[in-house]
Design a protein around this ligand. Structure first.
Ligand code: ATP
Ligand code: MG
Length: 398
């Protein structure tokens, strides 16, 4: 779909920097063919349980890089009739016209049969996922995100690293490389004992990466804190949040400085290796704490509603951070957000989303929940969307 960039002025009428004008999904989850035509207004997807509301948000979440709001495996996204022995088609595609600042971009993404890697097209040209994340910022709040605060530290680190990656798109790449090298080091210790030069090089890279990761996380924490300090909106309803990332490696880097930390870590790694110990300190062991600044109450000790309010506060401030860096506010996907919120917080959220500079997408099971929404919005009855109308089996991802 080689459509040129189209200039429009719609955003200035609606004050939206980023919005989806049209989205189509092909063989995606429970949709064989889905097409939604939209304006800059916020969107409320209404429907019974299991009808496909979150699936639509998930399709939208593939308009940026990564594994979407559910972190799904690509093959699970492919339409499955469930009554067949095998998946009917192992492919899926999402296509959208996205208004970004003052231009419209045609974005296509998906996987082809027998190929698990996600393809991306921007205005008909093949592109990288990284190009997509530069073009379109999308953030979300899902019920599953609340579970993170009760899970292990690894899950929590992943959550915060994903947020960091939106403001610093090299961050997750550093982590992948770091984790890969830790595995490589172990392999060499176990299988190629004695190859000193090889392992020295890997340990050197591990230490350098650990410095970059710790510094990138530290920068993020301090940027978020300054955004919270600057805040003036709805404070009484959305509390100030503190994020702390701590660990032995962080302490060491703080106290020694980069150069001495580097030599100390090399020493630690060598000693561990000689003593037959594989584990060592580093950003893969960091502890993450999220708490209310005022009461110091940690998020995992809060009620379900309180946790949701804290998460909303965190994600909105993160949107402010992204806007301050990229001059672009992310599209927000808010899955089942109203659930567990009292009327006061619901009203505060409605106000905040109606003032949000990019399109917000909501899901809910009853449209009555939105009757007091302060600005116009588009309500879509997902129960009535046709899910299986086309028999034509073809992939249209761009
Ligand atoms: N790959 C797939 N192929 C076909 N259907 C799928 C696939 N993956 C999930 N589904 C189905 O999609 C349906 C809709 O799921 P979705 O999570 O979007 O529902 P929902 O409307 O958000 O429901 P709820 O209100 O309970 O959150 C589910 O019944 C699920 O079984
Ligand atoms: Mg849902």
């Amino acid at each position: 779909m080689n459509q040129a960039q189209v200039n429009t002025n719609i955003n200035f009428v609606n004050n939206k920097q980023l919005f989806i004008k049209q989205i189509k999904a092909n063989y995606f989850r429970n949709y064989k063919n889905l097409e939604l035509n939209l304006s800059a207004d916020n969107i409320v997807l209404v429907g019974h349980n299991g009808v496909g509301k979150t699936n639509i948000l998930e399709a939208v979440s593939y308009l940026t890089s990564g594994r979407g709001i559910r972190k799904a495996k690509s093959k699970d996204l492919s339409y499955n009739s469930f009554d067949d022995k095998f998946y009917e088609n192992l492919f899926w595609g999402v296509h959208a016209s996205v208004f970004v600042m003052d231009k419209t971009f045609e974005i296509g993404t998906g996987i082809q049969k027998n190929n698990n890697s996600r393809l991306v097209k921007i205005n008909g040209e093949f592109a990288k996922q990284a190009d997509l994340s530069k073009l379109v910022k999308i953030s979300w709040i899902t019920p599953q995100m609340l579970l993170i605060f009760h899970n292990g530290m690894q899950e929590k680190r992943r959550f915060i690293d994903r947020l960091i990656n939106i403001s610093n798109p090299t961050h997750v790449g550093l982590l992948y490389r770091y984790e890969f090298l830790i595995k490589e080091r172990l392999k060499i210790i176990n299988n190629y004992n004695g190859n000193k030069i090889w392992i020295d090089t890997i340990e050197n890279d591990i230490v350098n990466l650990s410095i970059n990761i710790i510094e990138s996380r530290k920068k993020f924490v301090s940027e978020m804190q300054s955004i919270f300090f600057k805040s003036d909106l709805n404070e009484e309803f959305f509390p100030d949040i503190c994020i702390e990332i701590t660990g032995k490696a962080e302490e060491l880097l703080d106290s020694l400085g980069k150069e001495k930390y580097h030599s100390k870590m090399i020493e630690i790694l060598r000693k561990n290796r000689n003593d037959g110990i594989s584990s060592f300190i580093g950003p893969h062991k960091s502890e993450l704490l999220i708490f209310k600044r005022e009461s110091k109450q940690e998020i995992r000790y809060c009620s379900t509603g309180e946790q949701k309010v804290m998460l909303i506060s965190l994600i909105f401030k993160h949107c402010d951070l992204i806007e301050s860096i990229y001059k672009q506010t992310p599209i927000l996907l808010l899955d089942d957000i109203i659930e567990h919120l009292d009327d006061i917080h619901k009203r505060a959220l409605f106000e905040k989303t109606s003032e949000h500079n990019s399109q917000c997408w909501f899901t809910c099971t009853n449209s009555r929940a939105f009757k007091d929404y302060p600005v116009s919005y588009k309500s879509i009855d997902v129960n009535k969307l046709q899910k299986n109308f086309s028999k034509k089996r073809e992939l249209k991802y761009a």
